[in-house]
Design a binder for this molecule. Structure first.
Ligand code: UDP
Ligand code: MG
Length: 209
């Protein structure tokens, strides 16, 4: 049976973990033909996230919790999750439910068509401030001016990729990891699906100015 891994970084998300678990479990129930694994990387949380995650993992062996000793940031946490994942198909997805896990259906359609990387591309960003929208726009603009590598626009780290891609990704040992940049240069057949980014289920963004 093929394995699908969901990989989610988690930093002080005690208010969203139960809802995340309920949503991803419902999605998993729709696909009895696959085995599911959920890798949640606790990125040095100081709230009750580690306890909540361990409690779910005791009840359900599909959840694998990776506890990092300190807060190292979203990208490195995500990378640790990719290293720990064993899926034939791997999906990186934030735990706050801004990226709907139900999009698995569309990711699978593209993977089954033969694509090896499928990026989720936001068509809207519900609940984000004008400041965030403007800085995000400026960010892509500056990057396109200063770099010859072109990134897929408006794709954060919600994407599906095969195990062959994972093997290439984990060989990148840069200290300052930037997954979007890595995905832009690894080759492979890549495509995009579009989706509306939701508001956070609860809690606040972990990114300061
Ligand atoms: N996150 C993390 N470590 C950090 C900051 C964030 O693991 O130091 C996680 C966070 O729990 C969430 C994801 O990374 O699952 C994205 O963070 P956030 O929602 O705060 O970012 P935004 O969506 O506002 O850009
Ligand atoms: Mg978020």
């Amino acid at each position: 049976m093929k394995v699908i891994s969901f990989i989610s970084p988690c930093y002080n998300e005690e208010k969203v973990i139960d809802e995340y678990w309920s949503r991803v479990s419902k999605v998993a129930d729709l696909y009895p033909q696959y085995c599911f694994e959920f890798v949640v990387v606790n990125d040095g949380s100081q709230d009750k996230s580690p306890m909540i995650l361990d409690e779910i993992a005791r009840r359900d062996k599909r959840l694998k919790v990776v506890h990092l000793a300190a807060n190292v940031g979203h990208q490195i946490a995500l990378f640790a999750g990719i290293e720990a994942a064993r899926g034939d198909i791997n999906i990186t997805i934030d735990i706050d439910l801004q990226d709907p896990p139900e999009l698995l259906e569309q990711f699978l359609l593209k993977i089954n068509e033969g694509y090896q990387v499928v990026h989720g591309q936001r068509t809207s960003r519900d609940g984000e401030t004008v400041f965030k929208l403007m800085t995000a726009k400026a960010y892509y603009r500056i990057l396109s001016i200063t770099s010859s590598t072109s990134l897929v626009r408006d794709c954060a780290d919600f994407r599906a990729f095969t195990k062959e891609v994972r093997e290439v990704i984990i060989r990148y040992q840069e200290k300052h990891k930037y997954l979007r940049g890595i995905f832009a240069i690894i080759g492979f057949e890549q495509t995009v699906i579009q989706y509306e980014r939701q508001s956070r289920y609860a809690g606040e963004t972990k990114y300061s100015l």
